[in-house]
Design a binder for this molecule. Structure first.
Ligand code: SF4
Length: 292
């Protein structure tokens, strides 16, 4: 269980940069993350070395998040796009009791024409479908990384299973809310044909893929060694990824790769992924995807 603290934040909206620079702002209701993914780059934004080392074991609730957002009513977020969240998951386990993300969404839903994209790996997002339906445009990006629970437990020991995530995003889609599956990063897959079929069976029409890039500094939370050994054991490399990408691209005609899939709005019907996977521009793979 992660240690939960409450403290005031100085701000609630940050200018979006890097991989998600197509958005106007990022919004993080929490600092830290109880999901403890071993590859999470957000850990390196923790303010102290100790907090970096203990990534996954602490969550700070921005207790004044709603108040800070309400102050923005003086300067409405008309036509702005928000990415929720860039350095945490907005559906932390404690969100079930606190309902902080829910309160933020209720507040934002009152603003004119604001676009929100929720990035999560928690089925708890389905609790807030009633609020998400009130937006002019809201999308849920559900991160799904593998079909293999052994892999998931090595890299994402405290996350919901990928099967739970697929069920959740299917429920989002069935409810009429825009939905996307972000395989960012994609980890070793056990049964590719069955995985592609499970993705299609969600009814979702938007998919994003991004390779897993291993660098030593990107591993935290004590699961690093086991995860690296598993990558070697499965022979996961660029070539293997390219093969998987090709199969997924033919099974999922709207598949996008990398940053192209992190636009505030995109129309699956006109997706660039109608390109064969082998001809996707190499530049699309460059950059660090947001966590979540
Ligand atoms: S990748 Fe996302 S869910 Fe995982 S620890 Fe980082 S912020 Fe949390």
């Amino acid at each position: 269980m992660a240690q939960i603290d409450h403290s005031p934040a100085r701000g609630i909206l940050s200018k979006a940069t890097g991989f998600i620079r197509a958005f106007d702002y990022t919004l993080n209701p929490y600092n830290g993350c109880a999901f403890a993914c071993s590859y999470c780059y957000a850990a390196f934004f923790a303010p102290t070395q100790q907090l970096q080392d203990e990534w996954g074991k602490w969550v700070r609730v921005k207790e004044n998040a709603l108040e800070l957002l309400r102050a923005r009513r003086k300067r409405p977020l008309i036509d702005k796009s928000l990415y929720i969240s860039s350095v945490t998951d907005p559906y932390q386990p404690v969100e079930r009791q606190l309902e902080l993300t829910r309160a933020i969404l209720r507040e934002l839903a009152d603003y004119h024409r604001v676009t929100v994209v929720i990035q999560t790996r928690s089925p708890l997002v389905t609790r807030d479908l009633d609020v998400l339906r009130d937006f002019a445009h809201a999308r849920v990006n559900m991160t799904v990384t593998t079909d293999d629970e052994t892999v998931r437990k090595a890299f994402e020991p405290l996350c919901p299973s990928n099967a739970q995530r697929l069920d959740a995003i299917a429920a989002v889609k069935a409810d009429g809310v825009d939905a996307c599956v972000t395989m960012t990063p994609l980890l070793p897959v056990r049964n590719l044909a069955a995985f592609a079929e499970a993705l299609r069976a969600t009814g979702v029409e938007k998919f994003v893929i991004q390779n897993f890039h291993e660098t030593k500094s990107r591993f935290v939370a004590g699961t690093g060694e086991a995860a690296r050994a598993l990558l070697r054991e499965r022979g996961w490399d660029e070539r293997h990824y390219a093969q998987v990408r090709e199969v997924l691209a033919s099974a999922l005609p709207t598949l996008r790769e990398g940053q192209a899939g992190f636009a505030p709005q995109w129309d699956a019907a006109t997706s660039s992924s109608t390109m064969p996977a082998a001809t996707l521009p190499e530049s699309a793979t460059i950059g660090t995807p947001p966590p979540g």
